[in-house]
Design a binder for this molecule. Structure first.
Ligand SMILES: [Zn+2]
Length: 91
């Protein structure tokens, strides 16, 4: 049995076009998700440049990757969206 240590460190950098495509596909696949993301975050403007961080999803049984989806409204941080289970998390 392996222990899945909490992995909040970045998984990899991805190109902006890959990030945008992954977020768009995830939002399109889940009805109402775009509204939920908009309610929980400020739009990502790509200010970090041509690449953005992604993270491994921590939901049990999910092999998805969490892509940068926006900025946290009240705290400093990024809001990430899983392309597998559609979980939204602060990173
Ligand atoms: Zn997930």
């Amino acid at each position: 049995m392996s222990t899945n240590v909490a992995q909040s460190y970045p998984y990899r950098l991805e190109r902006e076009e890959d990030r945008a495509a992954a977020i768009a596909a995830t939002l399109a696949a889940h009805e109402g998700l775009a509204d939920k993301v908009r309610a929980e975050s400020l739009p990502y403007d790509g200010a970090a440049g041509s690449s953005a961080w992604s993270w491994r999803c921590r939901t049990a049984g999910c092999a998805g990757v969490m892509h940068t989806a926006g900025y946290a409204r009240e705290k400093r941080g990024l809001v990430a969206l899983c392309d597998g289970c559609a979980a939204i998390a602060l990173r």
